[in-house]
Write a protein that binds this ligand. Structure first.
Ligand code: NDP
Length: 330
């Protein structure tokens, strides 16, 4: 069968451009060995890590990495029969052949309340990361003030909903006034537009968190996060999730020295990677599902249509064009 994939035509130099990508056709033999299956892609996830991993062995001509929601069309694996809905680590492809080790997780039993694309957002990398950051890393507690940067994004919106469910005062920052409105509608106590507050960041943080911050979900890094740390209460916990503010920079980004702040306030900073917590995926997913069924949690996403538009959706997400999870429906 004929399938399409999107490859890296040239390495990104700074901000990715459409011309960095190319659609290539490939012939996929339909005969299967034991342990293999064929699939059609239903939706493709566009994520910041796809940008941040350039340089880590990723080279020209490689299929762009990424997770994809697929339906099995033919199989020689007993547990992944025809019709099964899976999220694969197969990169930006509209179909193809895969094996069990390509499977990220099975998503057959999502509540009917959400579209299938939730398998890439609320129940995908974003939702699981939000759960791990708050529940396992920061261990948020009722009554605490918790701050989320990237507040309206894929991870940020789920982190906010979890924080609300856990009885915290949830505050955060994002890049447009529309996103600030969105944040208030999904349970943030307060949020601000960091682009408008760049000259008065301390005042903006004090305004949303007058009693200080107990936990910080850091999605952006850089000098913004250095400023947040100065507003943390003694013993505060920080989950270092990502640093998107630097992913597209061509020279190293400098931020203020943090050690005096960390030392004086006895802060605990912990970096984490979703992929190191595979044994917790099931528990996280069950919680997220339960909260959805109870009406406490919603799936928010920005859907782009068409395989050929995956690079545009990726670039749009890096520019901040998404509210909720950025996905492409094929
Ligand atoms: P988002 O859906 O939040 O999309 C990215 C957002 O980043 C944009 O919408 C934009 O929002 C914001 N942004 C872009 N440039 C900047 C900048 N210079 N400064 C501040 N914000 C910026 O993405 P995800 O929710 O998927 O990912 C959020 C973070 O979590 C990323 O850093 C990512 O790498 C990390 N991550 C880490 C994982 C892990 O295992 N540790 C797993 C998944 C994600 P705005 O308009 O608000 O600027």
């Amino acid at each position: 069968m004929k399938c399409k994939k999107i490859v890296l035509k040239q390495m990104y130099n700074g901000f990715p451009k459409k011309s960095d990508f190319e659609i290539v056709e490939e012939d996929v033999a339909e005969d299967l060995q034991n342990g293999e299956f064929l699939y059609e892609s239903l939706a493709i996830s566009v994520d910041p890590y796809i940008r941040s991993l350039v340089g880590a062995g990723y080279k020209r001509g490689d299929t762009v990495i990424g997770s994809v929601l697929v339906r099995v069309t033919k199989s020689k694996i007993e547990k992944f029969q025809k019709g099964k809905l899976l999220v694969l680590n197969c990169g930006w492809r509209n179909g193809g052949k895969a094996k069990e080790s390509d499977v990220f997780f099975v998503r057959d039993d999502m509540p009917a309340l959400v579209p299938e694309t939730a398998g890439l957002g609320l129940y995908g990398i974003a939702g699981l990361t939000a759960w791990i950051g708050w529940i396992l890393v920061c261990k948020i507690k009722k009554g605490e003030t918790i701050f989320i940067s990237g507040a309206a994004g894929a991870v940020g919106n789920v982190a906010a909903q979890i924080g609300k469910i856990k009885g915290c005062t949830v505050v955060g920052s994002c890049g447009t006034d529309e996103k600030v409105e969105f944040c208030k509608n999904i349970g943030y106590y307060a949020a601000f537009n960091y682009k408008k507050e760049s000259g008065s960041l301390d005042a903006a943080i004090k305004r949303v968190a007058p009693k200080g911050i107990d936990c910080y979900f850091d999605n952006v890094g850089g000098s913004f996060s250095s400023t947040i740390l100065r507003h943390m209460n003694s013993g505060g916990r920080v989950g270092v999730c990502g640093s998107i503010s630097a992913y597209n920079e061509t020279t190293p980004v400098l931020a203020p020295i943090l050690q005096p702040t960390i030392g004086k306030n006895e802060l605990i900073l912990q970096g984490f990677r979703l992929r190191s917590h595979v044994s917790n995926y099931r528990e996280a997913y069950e919680d997220l599902k339960k909260w959805t069924i109870e009406g406490k949690m919603k799936n928010y996403e920005k859907v782009t249509k068409g395989f050929e538009n995956v690079p545009d959706a990726f670039i749009d997400m890096l520019r901040g064009g998404n509210v909720g999870k950025a996905v492409v429906r094929l």
